[in-house]
Ligand binder design. Structure first.
Ligand code: PGA
Length: 242
């Protein structure tokens, strides 16, 4: 695991965007695994700026997002599909047909998850997987558990995740209680992984991810076993790692 220290959120975002854009420059038809949440937004904004300057070209890139709320259609403003269009895809020249998010609108969880696994496998798994980390150490919506999950599956969100995500909804009652998420095993199949984290609320999770025991009680801790994982975090998120 490679840990890159960033001064603050802007610095973290630029460094993460540099790594993503290097991937796209080196392999223009690469597969990117992408993440939602507040943390990657700055990196997406930076990539849009570099695209506008002509420095990076997404025409041949395809993407697979980690997760989607169960029950939300693509056009629902709270869906992760909508988030990706708004915060990234509409700002770059990616072919929207090559962007993929689990189908939250499909109520048949088994079918929706199996179909997503088939698509990610057929794409050959991501060259680079971008990840945020939850305050409780989750990656995607893989919450602390007694085992590491495998493929895409339906999860019940924990109370702490519902609380954390409620800031993006009008009321906590509006936060969906379930989601479809890529499993830990799928995430580990990416050829490289980039974790972004900022702020003091992430300090314990970042410490556990980098230096704690490898345990499904902190799903991100398994990334210690990945051969090409980079963490870009700001000083506050790295506060316990000195
Ligand atoms: P955040 O979420 O970027 O909104 O903090 C991270 C995550 O839960 O994976």
């Amino acid at each position: 695991m490679r840990i890159i220290h960033a001064k603050d959120y802007a610095d973290m975002s630029r460094k993460a965007a540099n790594i993503i854009s290097a991937q796209v420059i080196l392999k223009p038809d690469c597969v990117l695994g992408l993440a939602t949440g507040s943390t990657p937004i700055g990196a997406y904004e930076q990539l849009i700026k570099w695209y506008e300057k002509g420095d990076v070209d997404f025409a041949e890139v395809s993407t697979y997002n980690l997760d989607e709320y169960r029950g939300l259609g693509h056009d629902d403003p709270q869906s992760y599909h909508y988030f990706m269009n708004k915060n990234f895809f509409h700002g770059i020249n990616i072919d929207l047909a090559n962007t993929h998010v689990p189908d939250g609108a499909n109520p048949d969880a088994d079918a929706a998850c199996a179909e997503y696994d088939r698509m990610v496998e057929a794409a050959g798994y991501p060259d680079l997987q971008l990840l945020g980390i939850g305050n409780n150490g989750h990656i995607g919506f893989n919450e602390p558990d007694s085992v590491f999950s495998k493929g895409t599956h339906c999860v019940d969100l924990t109370e702490s995740t519902i609380q954390a995500n409620s800031r993006l909804f009008e009321s906590i009652d509006d936060v969906p209680r379930q989601a479809y998420t890529m499993g830990v095993q799928t995430i580990m199949r990416a050829r490289s992984i980039l974790v972004v984290a900022n702020g003091p609320k992430k300090a314990q999770a970042v410490y556990d991810m980098c230096f704690g025991p490898v345990t499904p009680a902190c799903p991100a801790s398994i990334l210690q076993l990945h051969t090409n994982c980079t963490v870009v975090a700001d000083e506050e998120a790295l506060a316990l790692c000195h």
